[in-house]
Write a protein that binds this ligand. Sequence first.
Ligand code: ATP
Ligand code: MG
Length: 349
Amino acid sequence: MKVAVLGNGQLGAMLQQAGLRIGIDVQLLDIETDFLPPVNVPITAEREHWPANLFTDALQRHPGWLNSAAFASLANRIQQKTLLDELGLATAPWCVVSADMSQDTLHQKLGADVFMKRASGGYDGRGQQRLREGVVSDFPDWAGDAVAEQAIRFETEVSIIGARGLDGQIVYYRLTENRHDDGVLTVSLSQPERFTLLQPKAEQMLRTVMEALDYVGVMAIECFLINGQLLINEIAPRVHNSGHWTQAGASISQFELHLRAVCGLPLPQPEQPGSSMMLNLLGLPYDNTWLEHSAAQLHWYGKSLRPGRKMGHLNFYHPNPEQLASWLAELDLPSNLENARAWALARLR
Ligand code: ATP
Ligand code: MG
């Protein structure tokens, strides 16, 4: 069996690794240089933005290209938020930022603390500007192609990840709790019983979006939790960083689940027996000491080093969250993960 994946970053590489185990040959497509696979090969994506060129043009006509409607509605934040409004799914209060709007207008509409985000192309907190009333900030020159959102004083952030098969069957992982520093995910925790009461609501939100878009494969929804309510931050039509813990803590990882879904293979509910933790290694060179820890599962992406760049991640799994806490407490960590460590320890103990 073959699957082609648009994009050749770490998500593609981890899909490839997962495919290897279950006999699926995953070909990563480079948008700039590659040719499309034969018509009987399903094509999926690990990225949401691509240039308009001959390759992406031909892709639109390929019978194996999955989810083109979903990408069209989700890649742009204006369209994504409009869809959520139409589906009656809660988000932070938001508006389109037109070219003639001033910062004051945004504060009048949305309050004293506002996130302005580029309509498309941003990731890991790039393409965003926080605007605080009374604080002089450089008003971005990309107004006119942006949204603004009220800054939510959330209790925590969570994500729901699941997969929908070709026949419409959906399976879900339990809600993952996520911490971001400067707009970038630093740590994810998955603990049984932590969000049992919210799980049905989160699943219903993900189901609503997947069914509305007739989506096939893994999708993630990032949410803010405030006053017991889930507000959707954003939707990712792909395997997601907050689901990397499933490589260690679930019987079927999100990467394998995605491949199963797009190939029409069985989609049993993954077993998630214990607690898991994922730490992102941001802007760090390779360090042998991570390999000294008996329980740390290192995934290294082999990318060139840049400040803040996602270079790899560490997964930990144990039936008992206390054990994760004591591993985390003694772990030799870079200083940019100290806040994330304290956050996670408070939740594991
Ligand atoms: P990625 O695609 O890598 O997940 P992104 O660049 O699309 O990230 P967002 O998910 O929009 O960025 O925002 C990154 C983080 O910034 C959020 O997870 C959250 O911590 C914070 N943030 C964004 N929008 C808001 C908001 N309206 N209120 C409070 N915090 C916010
Ligand atoms: Mg995000």
